[in-house]
Design a protein around this ligand. Sequence first.
Ligand SMILES: C[S@@+](CC[C@H](N)C(=O)[O-])C[C@H]1O[C@@H](n2cnc3c(N)ncnc32)[C@H](O)[C@@H]1O
Length: 267
Amino acid sequence: MSTPVGHDHAVTDLPRHYADAPAERERLLRSPHGRLEFLRTRELVRARLTGAVRVLDVGGGTGVHARWLAEDGHAVHLVDVVPSHVAEAARLPGVTASVGDARHLAEPDGSVDVVLLLGPLYHLVSADDRARALAEARRVLRAGGLLVAAAISRYLSVLETGTSGVLGPDLLGPVAGVIATGRYDGHVGFTETHWHTAGELADEVAAAGFGDVAVHGVEGPAWPALDVAGIDEFDARVAAALHCARLVDQDPLLVNASAHLLAFAHA
Ligand SMILES: C[S@@+](CC[C@H](N)C(=O)[O-])C[C@H]1O[C@@H](n2cnc3c(N)ncnc32)[C@H](O)[C@@H]1O
């Protein structure tokens, strides 16, 4: 399958963007919202896994989720475009890993029970590339297998900058732009990416042929307040933030207030 050259820098630049593998490994430990993202992603995914299953963790990074999945008894293979991430993940007990691209997976048709796509859908800035990644996920899943696909909410930067005090005239244009278009230019850090609405994510997953599509908010509406309170307040506030996230995680009026969205669907 050929690759459109115009958008491919978003993927070919990733080894440089993620050159510091330990920084990515610690991403979900450093900030209150990162810790909340990890806890909620794990609880949402874990709730859907029954018995030991074959998991393909596509865009799995350094293996932050592969680690607990293997500890839970699942057979985990991780694929990522960044070689240093793959090398780190391959050292985890019970995890195998290889360099690869979500758009062209090496796995045979129908060979896994679960595909995690927790990263590629926001890094793939072209809709065609996201459709390819979803089609590949569907191809490698057995009939009835589970897709778990993560997206970044379009409302992340308005919530982050508006609550942290940095939203001023210079940022109004970029923040409004990503809300309107989904094209994120890096104005609050990270790299050029595509940010979704919950409806857009559901539509892309359904268009790839998946059924039973359900989109959940990951962190819930309290995540910016946790960041403002700071890491030392995390333990005191996390239980309330988790209750808040669980109460409204499929509420159509609040789902986009999470920083990340998770789509669940069946092949
Ligand atoms: C922010 S990290 C997330 C890592 C981990 N899945 C997590 O949820 O914490 C995004 C990961 O997706 C990987 N990635 C992005 N586009 C990809 C692609 N087309 N194929 C494979 N991996 C990709 C990146 O290299 C990076 O390791």
